[in-house]
Design a protein around this ligand. Structure first.
Ligand code: ADP
Ligand code: MG
Length: 243
């Protein structure tokens, strides 16, 4: 029996005006798999995530989520109907809502008690259940980012997209928070696309890497395979000791 990937991207292309920023991207994420997209600044990582999220429309190719096509050159399902969890680098929480209400915000259509229970469960997974009634400005940057992850997980999506979620945190804390969050994601069994320009982060977190430069995929494979058997000098440089 084969299981549908949670995400399948085929031949995806995108341009800002006349400027092509993504060409011929192919990508799959299996249930529970953590795929890191690693590339230098400007290589098109965020644009790829925005296309998967439904915040941009592709010029060509196809995106399927859970086996259903959500975007191709002709049609595009709106972001809010793709059922994805999103965590961005600058993840502003609503300052006028408590931590609990921030996490419950996306749980529309559920009874109030169920929203509360799910939000508390998500906060508990991230170790923040005791801060449920507190306010965002009273949390550290790392705690706020953990709340953003809880908010993404609360609706129980099959796929979470994360764009450089740890890059704004102090380096002393970054690794610990990243390890905690990755452990929670693994425990949850959700598929994850993690965008990063940090080779160490990609190597230590991911089941599989996608190496990108100039809007193209250079290589995909396990961290070990990409590190030990780069397909090109360019790919090797992204992970190599000279990086
Ligand atoms: P990354 O996330 O890897 O740093 P981006 O996806 O943000 O890369 O950007 C890819 C390319 O698209 C870059 O050359 C960037 O300058 C360009 N770009 C990004 N956003 C826009 C925009 N709104 N309009 C025009 N060009 C853009
Ligand atoms: Mg980016």
């Amino acid at each position: 029996m084969t299981i549908d990937p949670v995400l399948s991207v085929e031949g995806l292309g995108f341009a800002y005006g006349a400027r092509t920023v993504l060409s011929d991207i192919d990508l799959t994420v299996d249930p529970g798999e953590l795929v890191a997209i690693l590339g230098p600044s400007g290589s098109g990582k965020s644009t790829l995530l925005r296309l998967i999220a439904g915040l941009e429309r592709p010029a060509g190719g196809r995106i399927a989520i859970g086996g259903t096509t959500v975007a191709d050159a002709r049609s595009s399902l709106p972001a809010e109907r793709r059922g994805l969890g999103l965590v961005f680098q600058e993840d502003a929480l609503f300052p006028h809502l408590t931590i609990l209400d921030n996490v419950a915000f996306g749980l529309k259509g559920l009874p109030r008690s169920e929203r509360r229970a799910r939000a508390l469960d998500a906060l508990d997974r991230l170790g923040l259940a005791d801060r449920a009634d507190d306010w965002p400005h009273r949390l550290s940057g790392g705690e706020q980012q953990r709340v953003a992850v809880a908010r993404a997980l609360a609706p129980r999506p099959a796929l979470v997209l994360m764009d450089e979620p740890f890059s704004r945190l102090d380096s002393a804390l970054r690794q610990q928070i990243r390890e905690d969050v990755v452990a929670v994601l693994r425990d949850t069994g959700v598929g994850v696309v993690l965008v990063t320009h940090d080779a160490e982060e990609a190597m230590s977190s991911a089941d599989r890497l996608v190496l990108m430069a100039d809007g193209r995929m250079l290589q995909t494979g396990t961290p070990e395979a990409c590190y030990h058997r780069p397909v090109s000098v360019e790919a090797g440089r992204l992970l190599g000791p000279l990086n």
